[in-house]
Ligand binder design. Structure first.
Ligand code: BES
Ligand code: ZN
Length: 625
């Protein structure tokens, strides 16, 4: 994207003294960026605080209750515009003081399949509160109601996923990453279940099933989250802990034992952790993502419970978002790389602190392979391989590719290697500090980078090729190269195996799952089922309990039509709903003429997946809906 064009695409609105009613709770936002994925007009009226009062109905699969919004508004503003999608709006009130509620005139606009519909509420001259009574629709895309059979116990479960623009499918809200608000909530759940949110959380069940929450740091709507189920808590450290279903809790506690140390490492790198507690909830396997950085409470897939702590970099990633993303937030989904690229960079730095450079370089190397595959997949000249995206009119989900993550990472690493780590770390530390609880655009970041870092390192400004990284396609020249001696040994092993050394004679005793992943990835194409069987006999890949190894081996098994693995693949696909694992497997089935098998497995698995994964796989398989 052309930078000057991008500048035109957003406008800064400086809020001057009397412009917005000053509120003593949160500082009035200084600038508001136009977000193509929200109908909100925050320059007129902006949500500052949300109070939720919701009941969770597992029988109907809906949430119902009220959302009360406290507004900051420009003088003379006649309405507030909210984002909704599929909500059943029952009644709307306005109020000057939050007490006396008066029925209000409101209008629901036409529905766009991606953006949803505006809810416009008319304001009186002194209105400061709007209350909406509503219910979600069954099948709301943010929500998954799980029957007991799909959990690890005998109770149902509810989980939400609001990023990118799905908060509006369960709360009428200004659903833009540039609009932050504090919140509190009262949530009623069936007796015996526990409720948790991205807020101050309980550690024990409440007899009456009524839970109250408070979130005193302002957050954007995509970080609103709720989980309800048969959940227990175990502490990990003074300010960290883990929640899980009782039968999973011990394994979760073991796997996450390093979390407190990760927080210490992160703080030593880039400044204080600003959210008081850091807890993780291990969700049922249908959770559509690996992890989600809901503030104070990371949501995580149980597929990281490998039993050997080998997949905990995912937690380092979600923890890192407590700075990159949750503190300094991408202004729009076009700037998604500011959230994810910084977070991958920070994730590897935490892992380097925890396990050493040799370890983090394996992660960086795997990330480069992901990037190569993604660029080949999207097309090396395609605009979707730019860091600065143009997602207007599209589903922001389209931007959730390795580009934001891995190209973002390599861009930052390129800067680090050019100016030196010390200067780069100092820059990042002050960046997180200065822009804490604010939003950031790509152009804004580049300006800060220039002023605060590159002008002090003129030679770097020349060599980094910023425009090529941010506004250009593919992988720019002189991308940094990860140095992994451990992976060199893996490649030696593959080479030896190719020339006939028996698998059992390869020196693999010390390998972690990362080496195994690299091993599977480095195998030549089309080795045939006989060789697949020989590798399987030696290394038991099909029976692996490491989800990353399983996902890679199963993709290859499908391409080789190594049918011995098919029962295990079916089990995996019907149990796990993590989209990153599903898509490559279903795609491999289709691309190798095994569409009938794909449909047969999906018929069984579809009802186990979260609506987010269902949407992607429906599309991939042309599933009739
Ligand atoms: N914030 C993302 C998940 C996300 C992004 C959800 C965009 C919806 C829209 C989260 O931090 C993430 O990146 N998760 C990754 C794991 C990570 C280790 C790369 C995932 O779920 O795979
Ligand atoms: Zn992330």
């Amino acid at each position: 994207m052309n930078p000057s064009h991008f500048l035109l695409r957003f406008y800064l609105l400086f809020v001057i003294g009397s412009g917005l009613l000053a509120c003593d709770k949160a500082p009035v936002q200084e600038s508001i960026v136009d977000d193509p994925h929200s109908y909100a007009r925050p320059e007129e009226a902006r949500v500052q605080h949300l109070s939720l009062d919701l009941s969770v109905d597992f029988d109907k699969g809906v949430l119902a209750g009220t959302a009360t919004l406290e507004l900051a508004r420009a003088q003379g503003a006649k309405q507030v515009i909210l984002d909704t999608r599929g909500l059943d709006i029952q009644q709307v009130w306005i109020s000057n003081d939050g007490q006396a509620m008066i029925p209000a005139t409101h209008r629901l606009g036409p529905t766009d399949s991606i953006m949803g519909a505006t809810l416009a509420v008319e304001l009186s001259p002194n209105t400061r509160f709007v209350r909406i009574a509503y219910a979600t629709e069954p099948g709301a895309e943010a929500l998954q109601f799980l029957p007991p059979a799909l959990t690890s116990g005998s109770q149902p479960f509810l989980l939400t996923q609001s990023q990118a623009i799905l908060a509006r499918t369960w709360i009428p809200i200004q659903d833009s990453p540039g609009i932050r608000f504090t919140y509190d909530a009262k949530v009623r759940v069936p007796k015996g279940l526990m409720a948790l949110m991205s807020a101050e959380n309980p550690v024990a069940r409440r007899e009456d099933g009524v839970y109250t929450f408070k979130m005193s740091q302002p957050v954007p709507a995509y970080l609103l989250a709720l989980a309800v189920g048969d959940i227990e808590f175990a502490p990990l450290g003074p300010r960290s802990g883990v929640y899980a279903e009782p039968s999973v809790l011990e394994a979760a506690k073991y796997e996450l034992a390093e979390v407190e140390e990760m927080i210490d490492i992160a703080e030593a790198l880039y400044g204080p952790y600003r959210w008081e507690r850091y807890d993780v909830i291990i969700l049922p396997p249908s959770f559509p993502f690996g992890g989600m950085e809901n503030p104070r409470l990371t949501f995580a897939t149980p597929t990281i419970l490998a039993g050997d702590r080998s997949l905990v970099s995912l937690i380092a990633h979600e923890l890192a978002h407590s700075w990159s993303g949750n503190l300094v937030t991408n202004a729009t989904w076009n700037d998604f790389w500011l959230n994810e690229g910084f977070t991958v960079y920070f994730e590897y730095r935490i892992m380097e602190g925890l396990k050493g450079r040799g370890y983090s370089e394996m992660l960086a190397h795997l990330s480069y392979q992901d990037l190569l595959e993604e660029v080949a997949d999207i097309g090396p000249d395609h605009a979707d391989t730019h860091l600065a995206l143009q997602l207007e009119g599209r589903n922001p989900d389209d931007g959730m590719t390795s580009i934001a993550y891995d190209k973002g990472y390599y861009f930052l690493r390129r800067i680090e290697e050019t100016v030196g780590r010390e200067a780069f770390d100092a820059f990042l530390r002050s960046y997180f500090d200065r822009y804490a609880f604010k939003t950031m655009t790509t152009t804004g970041f580049l300006q800060i980078l220039d002023q605060e870092l590159l002008q002090k390192h003129p030679e770097a400004a020349e060599t980094v090729q910023i425009d090529a990284w941010v506004y250009g396609p593919g992988i720019p020249d002189q991308a940094p190269v990860a140095q992994s001696t451990r992976f060199d040994l893996v490649e030696d092993a593959v080479a030896a195996w190719i020339v006939g050394v028996s698998p059992t004679d390869l020196k693999t005793e010390e390998w972690s799952s990362h080496e195994w992943i690299h091993f599977i990835r480095s195998l030549p194409d089309s080795i045939g089922t006989e060789k697949m069987a020989a590798l399987d006999a030696a290394f038991a890949f099909t029976r692996s309990t490491n989800s990353e190894v399983q996902a890679r081996w199963y993709a290859r098994a499908i391409r080789e039509q190594y049918t011995e693995a098919y029962p295990a693949i079916r089990r995996f696909l019907t149990r796990v709903g993590r989209r990153k694992f599903l898509t490559p497997l279903y795609r491999a089935l289709i691309e190798t003429g095994q569409r009938d098998l794909a449909l047969d497995i999906y018929r069984e698995a579809r009802s186990h997946y979260h609506p987010i994964s269902v949407q992607s796989i429906d599309e991939l398989l042309d599933w009739p809906v």
